[in-house]
Write a protein that binds this ligand. Structure first.
Ligand code: ZN
Length: 513
């Protein structure tokens, strides 16, 4: 059967979308999970864009061995050099170079003639091939380019040594029949096209990313690019879990295989959602909270008589065990450790002990501990590495009444180790906490977005707070979980501030080294 390669760009196209900022440890964890998920290629960043991106790409290239690791580069030597520095330690070094080919981009963004664009593309691919065995070349805005010109430049970059040609629908403008036709046209009109892989890259601006990607597969694409949960610029990229499950459920129609391990979908989706702080809409295909919920009475009746009446996908297919009751108050350290390993966590003894203590605390106040709770708790421990001194919440207290002014008192440990307490009022309980914290962190904080959700179901569910703020001129997203949403909010606030401190510290380190 024909095999379709899955190119994941959650850490590049996904990470560059509004409000998402992952630190290196989080990127590594996502990359490891993408490896378990079975991504053929993982685009782990844009090495020339920042020291943080460079560091993440280099470390992921050293750790992940079962997926090919790539990095993005503009068509300039300095970007290619930087990418080589980051990727030379990889099992199979792969680079992704892009250059725009549509009239509007060539004229208004690049300010180059088509001939100049061909020359730059050829030069950059030739240069990259001096180092990299695998060179992917992307014709940015391919779907709005002149097909004849596109066929010409593709022929030239194949001659220059490109091994994969990507035809992105950069602005999410194409329709399925147009996008499919573009692939067919290149297959039929570019000499040498059979020697390279042809790749699709779709954005969801018109809600057609999944349909467009499938149309590309029907018309000869060998590789498809997308992100987990469809995160990405503007309306996002195509959601890879949708492609993987569609190709599986409708195998008879598409007749292709992917190397995707469908059972890892749920976990991959949860991890990306949790670490990026981007919520999954409840009715999202495949991974939404309600994707398998049958509410209508007549449906429920049918399901009871025969699940196939209304169910085309089972939660088990994608490894969804989030509602499974896993551990109780009396579970011991051993059972806890077993479960953590079964869920794919690798924690050292110190972290495991900390996670176990957290679990015991939670089990005292929450009747049922579900897999979703454990997932949050264990993921949190994974990133509990403090390389530099940061703020730590000690306690929070709020006086609140509908007829009185809310007042918060917070004590927190400062980076220098000193424990300080402050108090402030606000229009609401959360604002009072934020106002108090602003006094503690000494600096101007501007809240951009704030949200609270519950993990799992029930009145004793854990509360998760996600907060996007600007601090010291940087925009950062923080998140944390607690049994009470006010405590979660205070912790999420400090988490965001701490991320900014770690980020600025990283910059200094890299500049100095
Ligand atoms: Zn894109």
């Amino acid at each position: 059967m024909r095999v379709i390669d899955i190119f994941d760009t959650t850490l590049r196209d996904g990470e560059q979308s509004a409000g998402i900022n992952l630190n290196t440890a989080e990127k590594i964890e996502i990359a490891r999970q993408l490896e378990r998920f079975g991504a053929t290629i993982i685009e782990s960043g844009f090495p020339a864009s920042s020291p943080g991106d460079f560091d993440a790409v280099q470390r992921i290239a050293g750790i992940v061995k079962n997926s090919i690791i790539t990095g993005l580069a503009r068509s300039v030597k300095s970007d290619i050099d930087r990418a080589w520095e980051a990727l030379k330690g990889a099992e199979q070094p792969h680079i992704h170079i892009f250059l725009a080919t549509s009239p509007i981009h060539m004229e208004h963004k690049l300010m180059k003639t088509p001939d100049q664009v061909v020359e730059i593309a050829v030069e950059s691919v030739k240069y990259a091939r001096k180092f990299f065995p695998l060179v992917q070349w992307s014709a940015e805005d391919a779907s709005r380019s002149d097909p004849e010109f596109l066929a010409y430049i593709i022929k030239k970059v194949i001659e220059a040594g490109a091994t994969t040609i990507n035809l992105p629908d950069t602005v999410g403008y194409a329709t399925p029949s147009e996008y499919g036709a573009l692939f067919r046209y290149m297959k039929e009109n570019v000499p040498g096209i059979e020697k390279v892989k042809l790749s699709a890259h779709c954005h969801d601006d018109l809600g057609m990313a999944t349909a467009n990607t499938l149309a590309a597969i029907e018309n000869g694409a060998d590789q498809v690019e997308g992100t987990i949960n469809g995160i990405g610029e503007r309306a996002g990229n195509v959601a890879l879990e949708e492609i993987a499950v569609a190709l599986h459920i409708r195998k008879q129609i598409y007749g292709v295989n992917t190397g995707i391990n469908l059972k890892e979908i749920k976990r991959t989706s949860q991890l990306v959602s949790q670490l990026t702080g981007s919520l999954i809409q409840p009715n999202k295909a495949i991974v939404g909270k309600n994707a398998f919920a049958h509410e209508a009475g007549i449906h429920q009746d049918g399901m009871l008589k025969n699940p196939l009446t209304y169910e085309i996908i089972t939660p088990e297919l994608i490894g969804d065990a989030s509602t499974e009751l896993v551990l109780g108050k009396h579970s011991g350290r051993h059972a806890f450790k077993d479960r953590a390993i079964k869920m794919g966590f690798e924690l050292n003894d110190e972290k495991l002990n900390k996670a176990f203590a957290e679990f015991k605390k939670l089990a005292d106040s929450k009747k049922e501990i579900l897999e979703a709770d454990l997932f949050v708790l264990l993921t949190d421990q994974q990133f509990n590495e403090k390389h530099i001194p940061v703020y730590e919440l000690d306690s929070v207290q709020v006086q609140y009444g509908t007829d009185s002014i809310p007042i918060a008192t917070v004590s927190a440990r400062q980076p220098n180790g000193e424990l300080i307490s402050q108090s402030a009022a606000g229009a609401g309980a959360v604002e009072a906490i934020f106002n108090t914290l602003e006094r503690i962190v000494a600096g101007k904080v501007h809240i951009l977005d704030y949200r609270v959700t519950s993990i799992g179901k029930g009145r004793d569910a854990l509360g998760e707070a996600v907060i996007n703020l600007s601090y010291n001129g940087d925009t950062v997203t923080g998140r944390d979980v607690a049994q009470d949403v006010l405590e979660a909010s205070a912790k999420a606030y400090l988490n965001a501030v701490n991320r900014q401190l770690v980020k600025s510290n990283q910059k200094v380190e890299v500049e100095a080294g």
